[in-house]
Structure formats: C-alpha cells, structure tokens
Design a protein around this ligand. Structure first.
Ligand code: MG
Length: 401
C-alpha cells in the first residue's frame, strides 16, 4: 500500500496582497509550502510527494524543495483553475501510480501529522475521506445591500479542509471524466468525487489547519507559527569526522563545491563537515549515526550528495515534533581556505535545516602544521547540534495505517 501526497501550490493568492504568492511568504522563517512539505515528508506513511506549481514560481519552488531532494517528484505546472492543477498532478503521478493519494492545498501550512493519520485511517475502509469541521457559527443568507434574507439551518453542514484522501485510480478517473464532461467548476476534489458517485467520508479536521486567503490570515498564521510547539526539552549532540585527500580538482564542504588541488576520498561526496553535522543531530536525538542509516556498503549512496543525510536527520527530529535550534561546525585543515566560502556554507545549512542564519555557525582552524591535518593529508570536522523537543510525546511518531 503506497500513498503519495499531492500538494497544490499553483495559486497566485491575489487576495493576500503580498508581492509574492502566499505559499512562499515566510512565517517564522519558513514558508507555507515548506511547512506542508515537511509535514508530509516526515509522516511515516507518505512514500512520496508531488507538487503542482505555477511556472512563474519555479525559482522559489526550487529554493524550498532543494531541502528534500529524495522523495519529491519533479514539479508539474498547474493549469488555469485549481481543478486543472490537480488533474495535472494526478496525471504526473500516473507513471508510477500510488494506491492512495492525499490532495492538500499549500495554503494550509499547519497540517499536522495527526490529521494526516486520521485521513489515512479513514481510507482503510472508504474510497475517499476528507478532513472537515462542523459549522458552528449561525449562517445567514444575504441579498443585495448586505441585508439578511434568511437564516440557514446549519445541521449537517461541514467546512471542508484538506488533506482530502482518495483511492488513486478512482479520483484520477473522476477528474478525467469531469474534464471530458466540460465540468471545470468544482471547488474541491471531494466535489469531483461526489459528482462521480464516490462516497466521501468525513473525518475530524483541525481548527489550526487554517487556509491562508487574506492578509489577515497571513498575520494570524505568523502569530500561530511564532507560538507553535513551545519546546521544553533541549538536547545536544556532537559529531566528528575525517576524510583523507586524494587526487582530484574539487571537494565538498557544508554542501558547497570548492575548487581545490585535491578531492576528499569517500563513498558519498565525502563532505566531511556535513557528515560531522549530521552525526551531531543524530546524536542529540539518540538515533545512531550516519554510517548506520547510510551504510558505505550500499551502492545507492556512492557519490551521494551529503545534503540527503542532513535532510534525513532533520526529518527524524521533526518526526518527534522537534526542531534543530542551532548548529556549530568547525572545519580543521590547512587548506583550502574556508573564509571565502563561510557565508555560502552557513546559508546552505540554514536552508537545509529550515532555520535562521544566525542559528548556524561555521568556523575553521588549522592545527599549526601539526598532525595529519597539518601535513595536509586530509580534513577533520567537528560539529555540535542543539535540538528542541516537546516534553510530552517526544520520540513518538503518530500511529496510523
Ligand atoms: Mg564521513
């Protein structure tokens, strides 16, 4: 049973009034699309994620998605309407079809692991299930001049949210049939499914899973993000690594390619600093080390970019509801000179970890010509990481299907 997440991020968000589309507006240092990707990629039952974007946002999208290069399929371009965009995303997934798909709007950045689990659980016994909340406000029907014409009975009325989950083949067929019938006016995917005769179950939504539509929503979301998940446990970890020089013309340090008179030898890209940093984060949460999760004996990690290892460590922290608070890396070598690359390294790490630049330290030192680094036989790196975890539930991954 495989499940894909389809994130719809093709909208331009004209009602928000910001210069950039709302899903790319930073909320506490991380944009809404990034928060959505993080939520779905951290969930143990989501095999891969497909994002539908507006081609005009390609550069913004790449900046976000480059943090998680492994399980995100190449983006597809959206259409004129949300319905067109979803159909494009479903068609892209068809080449390697999942059993189930969760369709989610990037405008809902506060989607939680629990909510994803609830929808998945409902899909065990239903062909379709969506997150929704009962209407609690009294509903008025107004005519011209904002004069009430009547009061609507709210019994049995629900507010639909996303994620909306479906058997993949069923929702793809429903979308294709709607398109063939010239129906392009459905407000969400549940409506497409209903039209196609599919029973859609309701599962409890989440009041925090708000949709960013207006400038006021964005302001509220920024406040929510600032107050979210107040951490109460702080843990630290340490990492150390060494790689020897070999014949070559460039090497990788902290995800930055540096032209040099030698390369670093290793099974992956031999980014010694990224390895020390990854081990520091894994150490802080007591989850082994890089060699355990990405064994050099496995061919798939040959020449692998080490950012994949760091992204994995971040996912492990976030699967526990935590976040990386700060990291500090010391690179020990006589050459190459680190200073010209230091800011690029800090930016790369900050982006990969989704944290502010001020939370990333990169330093370098020589050993005054002493020892193996002094003899220019290789480079050593040392790193520390500080991780914040919620007291209750730390270490628990939500159970689901
Ligand atoms: Mg290493």
């Amino acid at each position: 049973m495989t499940t894909a997440a389809l994130i719809v991020a093709a909208g331009r968000g004209s009602r928000v009034g910001s210069a950039i589309p709302k899903q790319y507006v930073p909320l506490r240092g991380e944009c809404g699309l990034s928060m959505c990707l993080r939520a779905f990629l951290a969930h143990p039952h989501i095999a891969r994620v497909q994002v539908v974007i507006n081609p005009q946002d390609r550069a913004r999208y790449e900046a976000v998605a480059s943090c998680w290069p492994e399980r995100i399929s190449p983006p597809v371009a959206g259409g004129a309407t949300r319905q067109d965009s979803v159909r494009a995303g479903l068609q892209a997934l068809k080449s390697d079809p999942p059993n189930r798909v969760l369709i989610h709007d990037a405008a809902r950045p506060f989607v939680s692991a629990e909510l994803i689990s609830r929808v998945l659980e409902a899909l065990r016994t239903n062909a379709a299930a969506i997150a929704a909340l009962p209407v609690t406000d009294t509903l008025k029907h107004a005519g011209g001049g904002a004069i009430i014409r009547g009061t609507v009975n709210r019994v049995g009325l629900w507010r639909a949210q996303t994620p909306q989950g479906f058997e993949f083949g069923a929702i793809l067929d429903a979308h294709e049939a709607a398109y063939a019938a010239g129906r392009g006016d459905f407000p969400d995917d549940a409506a497409v499914a209903e039209w196609a005769g599919i029973d859609v179950a309701l599962v409890a939504g989440d009041e925090r899973n708000i949709k960013l539509t207006t400038a006021a929503d964005l302001a509220m979301a920024a406040a929510l993000a600032a107050g979210a998940a107040i951490p109460t446990v702080v843990r630290t970890g340490i990492g150390f690594d060494v790689h020897r020089f070999a014949e070559g013309d460039h090497l990788w340090l902290c995800g930055v390619r540096i032209a040099h008179t030698a390369r670093l030898e290793g099974h992956s890209d031999a980014d010694v600093a990224m390895h020390a940093l990854t081990d520091a984060i894994l150490g802080a949460i007591g989850e082994g080390d890089i060699g355990e999760h990405f064994p050099p004996s496995e061919e798939q990690w040959r020449n692998a970019p080490s950012r994949a290892f760091l992204a994995d460590a971040r996912r492990r922290v976030e699967a526990r509801g935590g976040r990386v608070a700060n990291v500090d890396v010391t690179i020990i070598c006589e050459e190459p000179k680190i200073a010209p690359h230091r800011e690029a390294m800090r930016k790369k790490i900050a982006l990969l970890l989704g944290i502010d630049l001020e939370r990333v330290g990169v330093k370098a030192t020589t050993t005054e010509g002493l020892g193996f680094t002094g003899r220019k036989e290789g480079i050593a790196a040392l790193a520390t990481a500080c991780v914040e975890l919620p007291t209750r539930g730390a270490g628990e991954v939500p159970t689901a299907t």
